[in-house]
Design a binder for this molecule. Structure first.
Ligand code: ADP
Length: 602
């Protein structure tokens, strides 16, 4: 009888101290690996994140001024000050924020601090979608049918649509996270979509160049994880299927991709390595493709760690953050393509503060009043928050990532459903109900979905709208909140609803300064609301980006009156009353909260 033992050596790391220029779950994720390797960690935090989980877990923490990302996590000067004061010898940018910013990478490299990521030249080539398309094509990898040059005039959009067929995609060259992309179904919408794509891209990324691609009608999003060291070794670590999306943003990812032929996987892996080599890539990277009718097309390369990297970690059995640290300190990968094997199947569900009822996925910032993490064999939770923490409208709405691993897709899927059932998040709406709907759907189970599937086919109408805390004012003037409480009657446990004083109970919404427990009115989530007599109010905390109407305008039911940005998303606030605009109470740039009146229609 034999029994095979396999253990792997974990060498010591040479960095002494790593500063993590990020927040939320990814900062926590990086801190964890550093701690295991004996590297001390430095957190930075905005004024809203003073008590955030990543700050609580780090060895040291330094304050950044302000609340918005621009004032804090995107503040080069303040972060450099934290590096100097902490004497960190390396910086991990996580994803988002400074992770793909070459000026920042160069600024810290000039200080003698290692940027844990690719060389600035590679980020530059892949940094905009036009130059990355050109680089991929030069490496022999085809992009989605389209044009690799910026659009100057709306007439080019119309002629492109006529040549390639509608719908087409207008894409911001510097876009990301599903923003800055507009689908145009006919020439009449070209101008408006072009303006909107440019506005969104300028607001979010500071650049408004756009280009055109054919909009594929039923593609899957399949991406390849690559890793390169500074000694010329480049490998691919398998694919992730990220087709479950809404608003072109990922909701669920899995590895391996279902119904994906192995020879296509190998071709895609080799294509990804070719793209990485063509730009002199080092460290972790992801080459994204759209896959339709047996063909794959280059979409973009993300020159950083991806949100969904854990599904790859679970199936290949490697800690990608550890690999990033080792490669950044000059170590060779230490393994070749032949040494990599994938085992079983992993899913990741993004638990976002969003209300999925009716398929709307409305942002839902606020305070987490109750939290229960799932556990058990094959379950991993990468969270950035715990009970009592506040999810601000100023940052990404990702609360946590729930990851399951099983020996095959079916076991991993059932495990995920079990873990989602176990997980409790109260105080804000979450995507948990939509994940359950996806994972129990026959088309998803059969792997017949596409990037369009959640929006076009999945029925989310049975998910009830999120009900925020219901409050009432007691006779003594104190505020009470309705809560589920466990009670025992004759030895049997019951769940009952009780009115409890709000004192000591975190509120369901946050004030702009964050963490406030004062609350005068119940918040509302679940899409635009129109109170009686044509009063259009704000469904969630956010910033007005555009007011579409002025006093005296006549409006129809369903017309957009205001565009509100919350949690990095533009939300159209529509009217369900027809009539004349009597009053406009906001202007672009205004910060607004739930229940604030935007427009009055008579
Ligand atoms: P971002 O950088 O904003 O994430 P990507 O180019 O990576 O933008 O695309 C994000 C998602 O948008 C894709 O996963 C896919 O669902 C959709 N998408 C992008 N380009 C196209 C296209 N040409 N046709 C169909 N869907 C597309």
């Amino acid at each position: 009888m034999t029994f095979k033992f396999e253990t792997h050596e974990r060498r010591e790391a040479v960095f002494n101290k790593v500063l993590i220029a990020n927040r939320g779950e990814i900062a926590v994720r990086i801190i964890r690996t550093c701690r295991e390797l004996g590297i001390s960690t430095v957190a930075v935090y905005s004024q809203l994140d003073r008590d955030a989980l990543h700050v609580r877990l780090a060895d040291e923490a330094y304050a950044l001024p302000g609340e918005t990302a621009a004032d804090s996590y995107l503040n080069t000067e303040a972060i450099i000050r934290a590096i100097t004061e902490s004497k960190a010898d390396a910086l991990h940018p996580g994803y988002g924020f400074f992770s793909e910013n070459t000026d920042f990478a160069r600024a810290i490299t000039d200080l003698g601090v290692t940027f844990i990521g690719p060389p600035p030249e590679a980020i530059e080539i892949m940094g905009d979608k036009i130059s990355s398309r050109l680089a991929a094509e030069a490496a022999g990898v085809n992009g989605v049918p389209g044009r690799s040059e910026p659009v100057k005039d709306v007439s080019e959009i119309i002629s492109f649509g006529e040549e390639f067929g509608w719908p087409i995609a207008i894409k911001a060259a510097y876009g990301g996270g599903g923003r800055g992309m507009k689908v145009v179904s006919n020439p009449d919408n070209a101008q408006e979509s072009m303006d909107s794509a440019k506005r969104e891209a300028l607001g979010a990324f500071g650049r408004d160049e756009i280009y055109l691609e054919k909009y594929l009608d039923w593609p899957r999003h399949i991406e390849m994880q690559i890793f390169a060291d500074a000694h010329g070794n480049v490998v691919w670590l398998g694919e992730r299927d990220c087709s479950t999306q809404r608003r072109h943003q990922k909701l669920i990812e899995e590895s391996p991709a279902p119904n994906f032929p192995n020879e296509t996987r190998i071709k895609m892996g080799e294509a990804a390595v070719a793209v990485a080599k063509a730009c002199g890539y080092v460290n972790a990277g992801t080459v994204e493709f759209l896959f339709q009718d047996g063909e794959f097309y280059f979409l973009e390369m993300n020159t950083r760690l991806q949100v969904e990297h854990p599904v790859t970690e679970q199936v290949v059995g490697m800690d990608l953050v550890e690999l990033q640290l080792r490669v950044a300190q000059g170590e060779p990968l230490g393994f070749t393509q032949e040494d990599i094997s994938s085992s079983g199947h992993a899913f990741e569900c993004r638990i976002n503060a969003e209300d999925p009822s009716g398929g709307k996925f409305t942002p839902s910032p606020g305070a987490i009043t109750k939290w229960r993490a799932p556990g058990g064999y094959g379950v991993r939770l990468d969270a950035g928050y715990e009970a009592g923490d506040v999810i601000s409208q100023f940052y990404d709405n990702l609360i946590a990532k729930l990851i399951t691993w099983g020996p095959n897709r079916e076991v991993a899927r059932k495990k995920m459903l079990r873990a989602l059932d176990e997980m409790v998040v109260e105080g804000v709406a979450t995507t948990i109900p939509s994940h359950k709907a996806v994972l129990s759907n026959a088309e998803f189970i059969a792997g017949e979905h596409s990037t369009r599937w959640v929006e076009d086919r999945l029925d989310l109408s049975s998910i009830p709208p999120f009900k925020p805390d219901v409050t009432q004012i007691g006779d003594d003037g104190s505020t009470k909140v309705l809560r589920d409480v466990d009670a025992e009657v004759d030895g049997r446990r019951y769940r009952v609803k009780l009115w409890l004083p709000t004192q000591g109970v975190p509120s369901g919404t946050s004030s702009k300064s964050g963490g406030s427990t004062k609350r005068s009115k119940p918040s509302h989530s679940g899409g635009p609301i129109s109170v009686s007599s044509g009063t259009i109010t704000v469904p969630m905390q956010g910033t007005v980006v555009k007011v579409h109407v002025k006093e005296g305008d006549s409006v129809e039911i369903g017309q957009t009156v205001v565009t509100l940005e919350a949690m990095k998303m533009e939300n159209a606030i529509t009217t369900d009353t027809a009539g004349t605009v009597k009053e406009v109470r906001v202007a672009s740039g205004d910060a607004v909260g739930p229940g604030d009146v935007l427009v009055v229609i008579g």
